[in-house]
Design a binder for this molecule. Structure first.
Ligand code: NAP
Ligand code: BGC
Ligand code: ZN
Length: 355
């Protein structure tokens, strides 16, 4: 079968012939339909995040997958079921408490591997296998968009944790700000619209006309250009934000967003930046946190419960939004285009088999 891999020492992916995997006991064989591409895949390809499976010279890419069960073994799945796989698997030493509790998303990096990202092959192949416990059913009606379940699940988790940090008092967020107009930021903005925020904002650094700004405004949110309005100045330029979701990977935003928060507000940090030293007024930010009861939550990955929530969320997203967000689905013959980026690209996916 064909697979898309990144090889050690190379900086662009290639297609290679691999043996079709054989499912072990309790495992399911899945025929891959589509696999999405995100900022993390670009970081993995560039070598700034993740790593190769131990002792191997290549990594099969892809962590945002949807496929169809072709061999269900004696699991609860049936042939023909559409499924999305979770990303984390136990490390070489075997399952630990995080996996035993069904919360591998809470494992530190050394206590897990991530398929397609760090230490384990991903899903960009014509077939993949997975233990049934890591597969989540996807309704056939949304199979074509099933590769969005994983990124939506990332935000389901981050929002759950951020809201939990505000659960000790009567908190009813009215204003929400998403930092970043990439695919994760736009998906999250659409999720906030469904959660009944009165006013939402999304930050980017693009000139009009731009397709992401069109989506932001079509969703009913306001576009904020970080070149004209730095994050810390958003309360003066617009209004303080009850909830801030950082999806830029721009490290200064982790600190600037403290100032963008309203009293009692919470920020969720999702970006995975490179090391970067810069100056901040730590004393002022510390005091701001304390005197205004603010919270910041870091969040990575997601577990089965977040995938299940994401499947429900996906079913409620407007068709126009999905059509505009997914700018291209490429066949394997055209795989390089799925990783390329220009100002018209938002979210892309690779198609391995017909739906
Ligand atoms: P992406 O496509 O690279 O999106 C990032 C967006 O942020 C881009 O549109 C970029 O604008 C914008 N941006 C960056 N710096 C900015 C600045 N200073 N001002 C305004 N806008 C800025 O990545 P993604 O796939 O959406 O993911 C977003 C981030 O989340 C990445 O860092 C990724 O690694 C991380 N992530 C984390 C998790 C997790 O589990 N924690 C999961 C998925 C992704 P331009 O396009 O105009 O440059
Ligand atoms: C993936 C997560 C993963 C994170 C860190 C994200 O792009 O969606 O599943 O945990 O990167 O590697
Ligand atoms: Zn991802």
């Amino acid at each position: 079968m064909e697979a898309v891999v990144i090889r050690r020492g190379e900086t662009s992916p290639t297609v290679t012939e691999l043996q079709r995997p054989d499912p072990g006991p309790g495992e399911v064989l899945v025929r891959t339909l589509r696999v999405g591409v995100d900022g993390t895949d670009r970081e993995v390809i560039a070598g700034s995040h993740g790593g190769f499976p131990a002792g191997e010279d290549h990594l099969v890419l892809g962590h945002e997958a949807v496929g169809v069960v072709v061999e269900a073994d004696d699991t609860a799945f049936e042939e023909g079921d559409v499924v999305a796989p979770t990303v984390r698997r136990p490390p070489a030493e075997g399952p630990n408490e995080y996996f035993e509790q069904g919360q591998p998303d809470m494992a530190p990096p050394e206590a897990c591997v991530e398929r397609g990202i760090d230490g384990a092959h991903g899903f960009m192949a014509e077939y993949f296998t997975s233990p049934a416990e890591y597969l989540v059913p996807v309704p056939e009606e949304v199979a074509e968009w099933g590769f969005l379940v994983e990124p939506i699940s990332i935000s389901e988790k981050a929002i759950e944790h951020a809201y939990a940090a505000r659960s000790a008092f009567d908190w009813d967020p009215e204003t929400g700000l998403v930092l970043g107009n990439g695919s994760l930021g736009l998906l999250t903005l659409a999720m906030l619209e469904n959660r009944g925020y009165d006013r939402t904002y999304c930050l980017g650094r693009r000139d009009r006309p731009d397709p992401t700004i069109d989506i932001i405004e079509e969703l009913g949110a306001s576009y904020v250009d970080s070149r004209a309005t730095p994050v810390a100045e958003i309360p003066d330029a617009h209004e303080p934000m009850d909830f801030v979701y950082e999806a830029t990977g721009y490290a200064k935003h982790a600190f600037e967003c403290i100032e963008a928060l309203a009293p009692g507000g919470v920020g969720a940090l999702l970006g995975v930046p490179e090391p970067w030293e810069f100056e901040i007024d730590g004393g002022r930010l510390h005091k701001e946190f304390v005197m205004n009861n603010k919270a910041l939550v870091g969040s990575v990955n997601s577990n089965v419960s977040h995938f299940e929530a994401a499947v429900r969320t996906l079913g409620g997203l407007p068709a126009w939004f999905l059509d505009d967000l997914v700018t291209a689905v490429h066949d394997l013959a055209d795989y390089e285009a799925a990783f390329a980026e220009d100002e018209t690209t938002i979210k892309t996916a690779l198609q391995f088999n017909q739906i």
